[in-house]
Ligand binder design. Structure first.
Ligand SMILES: Cc1cc2nc3c(=O)[nH]c(=O)nc-3n(C[C@H](O)[C@H](O)[C@H](O)COP(=O)(O)OP(=O)(O)OC[C@H]3O[C@@H](n4cnc5c(N)ncnc54)[C@H](O)[C@@H]3O)c2cc1C
Length: 468
């Protein structure tokens, strides 16, 4: 009898040991939260440095807001731009970035963004991306915005090649797995608590956690909380852009920065909340109000332009472009396919379609074409006047919509998250739109993809350095 009891005790002990082993939290070198451009870039760099990586994405697919990026990605001295004789330089690009941000940018981070921008484009091209078309978005003094040939959207191309790398490097990606808590002990982050697609919660212990969970522009509740002026605004963001990092760090000694700085993009189609790329204006499109008058430099900074648009009669405006602009940008065809565009064979017909006085629209377009011919915009001093507008014409109704969060987690040049005293929190890194400071009061168009790739890569490399 005694032997049986001892035997059973041993069996229970072994079984208990096995169960305890099976229930032990998973361990990895690095957890990355969010599979947009910044998170995937961080995961790739960490994996290439030999670390084990788990990449967690709460949505059913990768890409986040990065997948939606349309207009392009900025860089100076990329292999595409450096031989183009455009006269660009790091100083000029930095000056444009700081001017757009009304000189409220973190200069150390902004300088790093500029210095590493060309390398970021070359890295993506090396991974197989087509970024050979150079254009210009508002606020730039030269062409430095890279996009696929034909002016195709940049985000899907970048996510395509980054996604391929995930597979090639065997990075452990889990979609529909949402991080709901950071594990924090003895002043360091030690892992994450995750909820999977079945609602089961589990822990992953890690030497480093990278927050790459994007902004909060997809959450009207949050953007109105931080900036009540944005009540009623549509958003261009994907549904997962809910600022989860705000909850994740709520119990840590971190002060979020610049949270009220939220960018409204001037040209959003109001019925469907679809962003109309700045590249249409960059390639020569103009803005008119509902009375048919131009009212601004169409290439002004986004914050200035959005405010001017809101002050126009009835708050509605039309973006006007022509066949040559359409032919240079495949995004324009996408808007036509989505039935967002009114088309007309003449100015008279366009005036009729838009319900505008034909004489006013004729005067507006002829006067603008005269400025293009003379090389000087006497009304609004628009610097870049690429083309005269000729029939057939296209028009899209546009209004400002919430687009980008300049604020977020404070980081240093190694993408380490800083505490209230400016000291790095051990084990915690962040990159992309979840971070704040780089863009100051207003982000220069095309700088976010650059930010996500540059600082995503820095985060992955820093994590590897910490592990060594
Ligand atoms: C319509 C549109 C057009 C744009 N066009 C341009 C452009 O042309 N050029 C440019 O430079 N910028 C552009 N931007 C901005 C740019 O795309 C984004 O700001 C940038 O890509 C952000 O990258 P990210 O990796 O930080 O975040 P995201 O790409 O948004 O990725 C964050 C990911 O984290 C996931 N996530 C969030 N919380 C959790 C959680 N708790 N657990 C797990 N996963 C989580 C999200 O689901 C998401 O997939 C555009 C944005 C939009 C919306």
């Amino acid at each position: 009898m005694r032997k049986i009891i001892v035997g059973m005790a041993i069996v229970f002990a072994i079984f208990g040991g096995i169960m305890a082993f099976l229930e032990r939290p998973e361990r990895t070198d690095v957890v990355v939260i969010g599979a947009g451009a910044s998170g995937i870039s961080a995961a790739i760099e960490a994996r290439q440095a030999g670390l084990s990586v788990v990449l967690l994405e709460k949505m059913p697919r990768i890409g986040g807001n990065s997948q939606r990026a349309t207009g392009g990605m900025n860089a100076v001295n990329s292999a595409v731009q450096e031989n183009d004789g455009l006269g660009d330089s790091e100083n000029l690009y930095l000056a444009d970035t700081l001017a757009a941000g009304h000189f409220q940018n973190d200069r150390v981070l902004a300088k790093l963004l500029v210095e590493k921008s060309g390398e970021a484009i070359d890295w993506l091209i090396g991974l197989g991306a087509d970024l050979t078309d150079l254009g210009r978005l508002a606020g730039h003094r030269v062409d430095r915005t890279h996009r696929p040939s034909g002016g195709a959207p940049v985000g899907s191309e970048v996510i395509r090649v980054l996604g391929e790398q995930l597979v090639q490097l065997g990075i452990h990606l889990r979609v529909e797995n949402k991080v709901i808590q950071l594990l924090y002990e003895d002043n360091r982050v030690t892992g994450v608590l995750v909820r999977n697609e079945e609602g089961r919660e589990y822990e992953i212990m890690a030497d480093a956690v990278v927050i790459a969970s994007g902004g909060f522009g997809g959450s009207p509740e949050r953007f109105v909380f931080y900036n009540p002026d944005l009540k009623g605004f549509k958003t261009t963001n994907h549904a997962g852009a809910t600022g989860d990092y705000i909850d994740l760090v709520a119990d840590l000694p971190i002060e979020l920065i610049d949270m009220e700085k939220i960018q409204a993009h001037p040209t959003v189609e109001p019925h469907f909340g679809i962003l109309i790329t700045e590249a249409i204006r960059g390639n020569g499109g103009i803005l008119i109000n509902v009375e048919g008058n131009r009212f601004t430099d169409e290439m002004a900074f986004r914050d200035i332009l959005s405010e001017e648009m809101r002050q126009q009669p009835q708050g509605g405006n039309f973006l006007i472009f022509d066949e040559s602009i359409r032919n240079g940008l495949s995004a324009a065809d996408a808007y036509i396919d989505m039935h967002l565009v009114k088309e007309a064979e003449s100015i008279d017909e366009m005036a009729q379609v838009l319900g505008i006085d034909s004489a006013i629209l004729t005067r507006t377009i002829e006067r603008y074409n005269g400025f293009v011919a003379g090389g000087s915009d006497e009304d609004y001093q628009r610097m870049d006047l690429p083309v005269q507008l000729t029939a057939p014409f296209y028009a899209i109704l546009v209004q400002p919509g919430v687009h980008y969060c300049m604020g977020g987690l404070p980081i240093n040049e190694n993408a380490q998250v800083l505490d209230r005293d400016g000291v790095p929190i051990q084990g915690l890194f962040a990159c992309g739109e979840a971070t704040g400071g780089i863009h100051g009061n207003n982000r220069l168009g095309g700088n976010s993809m650059t930010d996500s790739i540059v600082f995503g890569r820095i985060a992955g490399q820093s994590v590897a350095g910490v592990k060594k």
